[in-house]
Design a protein around this ligand. Structure first.
Ligand code: SF4
Ligand code: SF4
Ligand code: FES
Length: 240
C-alpha cells in the first residue's frame, strides 16, 4: 500500500554570521509522510535540496538532546516532533531562542554549559568507598527521580522569559540539574550548590511562569523541581 504524503513548505531561518548581515528565511517544498519526524524531513532537505543547511543531530531518538530547535514557535526536539503534529501547510523552523547563532539552526551552548558547571553537575561523595554500592531507599530516590531524566537539550532554558531578560540567570536546565544532586541523599556537595543557586542569578529569578514545563521533551515537572530547590535554598540545607 502506498504511504500517504502531504506537501509541506518548510520555512527555515538561515544565517551565517561570518558572511550574512542578517538572518533570512528560505523556503523548501517537501512531500512528507505525516508520520515522518521533522528531523528526517530536515535530513532530506539537506541531502536532496541544499547541502549548506546546518543543524545538530545525533541519536535520532530523543536521547542525546542535540536536535533542539524552535519549531512552529516552540522549543522542541526535531527527532520527537512528527510532521502530522504541526497544523497547516507551513512548518517554521528557527534556532533555539535566547542563544547566539553559530550557523542556521546551530546555536552556541557555551553559556548554557558554563551555567551548568556552576551547580556542580555530578555526584560528590568523599566518604569511604563502600564494598558494593552507595545504598539509597526507594523513597529517597523518589525525591529527585524526575530530574534524572534530563537530557540537557536546552528547550526549557530557551523557553524561559526570565532567561530572555537576563542570560546570566542560571536557567531551568542548570537548576533542574542542581536539584537532581541537592535532592540525592548520597551526595555531599549540597551546600556548595545551594550557595550557587541562592545567588543573584539563581533560583529566585524563576517566577513560576511554566513555559519550561511545556517545552520539556522528557516531561519533567520543572517548576516542581525548582520549588523543591527553592525550599532547600530558603532553609539553607540539602539532602546530603
Ligand atoms: S517556571 Fe521558572 S524556570 Fe520555568 S520558564 Fe518560568 S521562570 Fe523560567
Ligand atoms: S529539563 Fe527538560 S527541557 Fe530542560 S534541558 Fe532537561 S530535558 Fe531539556
Ligand atoms: S537527535 Fe538526539 S535528541 Fe534528537
Amino acid at each position: 500500500m502506498p504511504v500517504p504524503t502531504v506537501t509541506k513548505t518548510f520555512l527555515i531561518t538561515r544565517f551565517d554570521p561570518a558572511r550574512d548581515g542578517a538572518p533570512v528565511v528560505r523556503e523548501y517544498q517537501l512531500d512528507c509522510d505525516p508520520m515522518e519526524r521533522v528531523l528526517t524531513a530536515l535530513n532530506r532537505i539537506k541531502w536532496q535540496q541544499d547541502g549548506t543547511l546546518s543543524y545538530r543531530r545525533s541519536c535520532g531518538h530523543a536521547v542525546c538532546g542535540s536536535c533542539a530547535m524552535t519549531i512552529q514557535g516552540a522549543s522542541r526536539l526535531a527527532c520527537k516532533t512528527l510532521v502530522k503534529d504541526i497544523a497547516g501547510d507551513r512548518i517554521v523552523v528557527e534556532p533555539l531562542k535566547g542563544f547566539p547563532v553559530i550557523k542556521d539552526l546551530v546555536v552556541d551552548m557555551s553559556h548554557f554549559y558554563h551555567n551548568l558547571r556552576a551547580v556542580v553537575p555530578y555526584l560528590v561523595n568523599n566518604g569511604p568507598k563502600p564494598a558494593k554500592e552507595r545504598r539509597q531507599s526507594p523513597e529517597e530516590f523518589d525525591e529527585f527521580e524526575d530530574a534524572t531524566k534530563c537530557i540537557l537539550c536546552g528547550c526549557c532554558t530557551s523557553s524561559c522569559p526570565s532567561f530572555w531578560k537576563n542570560d546570566s540567570y542560571l536557567g531551568p536546565a542548570a537548576l533542574v540539574k542542581a536539584w537532581r544532586f541537592v535532592g540525592d541523599s548520597r551526595d555531599e556537595a549540597g551546600s556548595q550548590r545551594i550557595d550557587a543557586v541562592n545567588g543573584h542569578d539563581g533560583v529566585w529569578r524563576c517566577h513560576t511562569i511554566f513555559n519550561c514545563k511545556e517545552a520539556c521533551p522528557k516531561e519533567i515537572d520543572i517548576p516542581a523541581a525548582l520549588s523543591r530547590l527553592k525550599r532547600a535554598a530558603a532553609w539553607g540545607r540539602a539532602a546530603g
